[in-house]
Design a binder for this molecule. Structure first.
Ligand code: ADE
Length: 232
């Protein structure tokens, strides 16, 4: 049985699909509510993880252990570091990195996870292709693919933004959960993809832009996710 685990960090990032899905069972584990049911005849478990890597890691492992998910999608909003992207555009993850995992003092590259000796956790090719196919059914939204960088901070310019850009020049989206799901998915051998719509440019105006564009970005990410579920 195929069960798609769908994770959004915040209420705004899950509420659109929660309204549309047919909820059959609600379970609370570690204070997190898991909604099991169907959407467009597909079995899904939808959950709001909470913000940041720890919440996301917990939530993902629960989806694996208790709900037997066969694939994982994280959907939501992000800042961008690509000047060519704008608020409302959507990024489909090709790969992910934790920009705040830092053992560079030992000479390791930034983002390399100790013992796994791995910096980049790739999204599933098949799921990326399905997301690109689904993108054709989302009209009027610019949808690209690329790297997602994750860390436990809201990036609003300054040294952190520069550090991320210098270390990961191809980064398209910066957010606070995606790569945590990716690492847990990797360790459990479960395919994943991340869909993130741009709310801000991770610069000095990021806080104001985020507040203004959160609704439209959440909507665009949800639209792509819904089309993805239809054809998954
Ligand atoms: N989510 C949306 N915008 C973000 C930013 N600039 N940094 C981290 N997470 C974000």
């Amino acid at each position: 049985e195929n069960v798609l685990g769908i994770i959004g960090a915040m209420e705004e990032e899950v509420e659109i699909l929660k309204e549309k899905m047919d909820i059959k069972e609600t379970t609370t584990i570690a204070g997190i509510k898991f909604y099991k049911g169907t959407l467009h005849d597909k079995n899904i478990v939808l959950v709001r993880s909470g913000v940041g890597k720890v919440n996301m890691a917990m939530c993902t492992q629960v989806l694996v252990d208790k709900f037997n998910v066969s694939a994982l999608v994280n959907s939501g909003v992000a800042g961008t570091m690509n000047e060519d992207l704008n608020q409302g555009d959507v990024v489909i993850s090709t790969t992910t990195v934790q920009h705040d995992f830092d053992t560079t003092a030992f000479g390791d590259p930034l983002g390399e996870i100790s013992r796994l000796n791995k910096r980049f956790f790739d999204a599933d090719k098949n799921m990326i292709n399905k997301a690109k196919e689904a993108a054709k059914n989302v009209k009027g939204v610019n949808i690209v693919d690329g790297m997602v960088a994750t860390g436990d901070q809201f990036v609003a310019g300054g040294d952190i933004a520069k550090k991320i850009k210098d270390n990961f020049k191809d980064v398209e989206a910066v957010e606070m959960e995606g790569a945590a799901m990716a690492q847990v998915a990797y360790l459990n051998d479960i395919p994943f993809v991340i869909l993130r719509s741009i709310s801000d440019k991770a610069n000095g105006e990021a806080d104001l832009s985020y507040e203004e564009f959160l609704p439209i970005a959440a909507k665009n990410a949800s639209s792509l996710l819904e089309e993805f579920i239809k054809i998954y």
